[in-house]
Design a protein around this ligand. Structure first.
Ligand code: APR
Ligand code: ZN
Length: 352
């Protein structure tokens, strides 16, 4: 049965989202229809609105940090049953746009037009359909308006520290960009036992939260005449053991590389690079022994590991709740994007 519900549609690039009534078709084989209860707003959704994500077709329903209740399942689905709590998993395959379901059709229509999916999960819709590979069953009593962050932001940052950099106890870390993802890197560095965690942001309002989560020092590049990489080299003597770029700018990517130790430092790129950008850097930076790495969604094998992260949250091993600065009704989604764009929010969670 087709369900009619509310969704936020991006009809074209550079326009605010419009709340529309959409029709959501039933799930086909190996698909699941989910009633989304809560969804976070991530920087990547903002990139969709601005048209800076490759291979995206419009109109589209964005959103990829959602948690909800399984409403119905298609043939052959065994991992979840209707009524179970689930977390939508975005695992972007860069070779596929995930702009349509795997069978190359859409389950959404609005005003007679087919609407594209985003990363196969489109969580800015009260009901959405996703492949069964994109849903993870989570603890039945997990608070959906909190654990939705495990769908992207928290897992991305925390995993970058734990899985990709493999931060060692007693080490020194530098995190460029203290948004929701960068602060999650801070949490990961702290839980890995780093002894110095240096947060870097051009917005000093981000420092309070960063310190609360474990940053030992916070610096603003605008407070120095010299480039930030030189400041970090002076602060640490030989550079940091691990640096993380969580802004998504090419200049901070190179600055993060320069900031880590020339012989043993590891730099992890977490921020999404601008569309079509190219980097230029002195190859000597790698020649001397630095390691440069990237990761998607924190390097987790999402379907198995993200539910374990949620269980860790239920056992109070870490508390990303402090990342949620705003909770708004779904209809105020554009207000949520304005809060993100103006730097006033860390994470806004929308509830249906
Ligand atoms: N140096 C340091 N910090 C900067 C700079 C800079 N030159 N420019 C911007 N920032 C800070 C912003 O002030 C902001 O606090 O980087 C932070 C980015 O945070 P958000 O916009 O909240 O983004 P977030 O959701 O954390 O994602 C960060 O990771 O997954 C990607 O697409 C995402 O590229 C984005 C990045
Ligand atoms: Zn995201």
């Amino acid at each position: 049965m087709v369900i009619k519900c509310k969704a936020a549609v991006a009809w074209e690039v550079d326009k605010p989202l419009s709340i529309e009534e959409v029709e959501v078709a039933p799930p086909k084989a190996h698909e699941v229809r989910v009633k989304i209860v809560a969804t976070g707003i991530c920087g990547t959704d903002d990139h969709v609105l601005k048209g800076s994500i490759p291979n995206i077709d419009y109109p589209i329903i964005p959103g990829h940090e959602g948690a909800g209740i399984v409403e119905s399942i298609g043939e052959g689905v065994t991992c979840v049953k209707p009524g179970m709590e689930g977390l939508a998993l975005s695992h972007p395959h860069l070779h596929e746009s995930q702009n349509l379901m795997p069978d190359k059709t859409s389950r959404f229509t609005c005003k007679g037009k087919a609407i594209h999916h985003f990363l196969w999960i489109s969580t800015f819709s009260e009901y959405t359909v996703m492949p069964d590979s994109a849903i993870a069953r989570i603890d039945d009593d997990a608070p959906l308006d909190k654990v939705c962050l495990f769908g992207c932001g928290f897992s991305t940052g925390y995993g970058a520290a734990i899985n990709t950099a493999k931060v060692k106890p007693g080490s020194t870390c530098a995190i460029f960009g203290l948004g929701g993802v960068g602060l999650s890197v801070v949490v990961g560095c702290k839980s890995a036992g780093a002894s110095r965690i240096i947060g870097i942001d051009i917005n000093k309002d981000k420092f309070t939260k960063a310190r609360e989560l474990g940053a030992t020092e916070c610096i603003n590049p605008q407070d120095f005449k010299k480039p930030i990489q030189e400041v970090l080299l002076e602060m640490t003597g030989h550079g940091v053991d691990y640096s993380f770029e969580v802004v998504g700018h090419t200049d901070t990517m190179v600055a993060a590389l320069v900031s880590c130790h020339m012989g043993s430092g590891t730099c992890v790129l977490v921020g999404t690079p601008p569309l079509g950008s190219q980097l230029s850097f002195d190859p000597l930076l790698l020649f001397t022994g630095r390691t440069w790495k990237g990761c998607l969604i924190g390097g987790w094998k999402t379907k198995d590991s993200i539910p374990k992260l949620v269980s860790g949250y239920m056992e109070k091993k870490f508390n990303p709740d402090v990342l949620i600065t705003h909770t708004l009704p779904f209809d105020k989604i554009n207000e949520g994007f304005e809060l993100l764009q103006s730097g006033k929010s860390i994470r806004t969670v929308l509830v249906f």
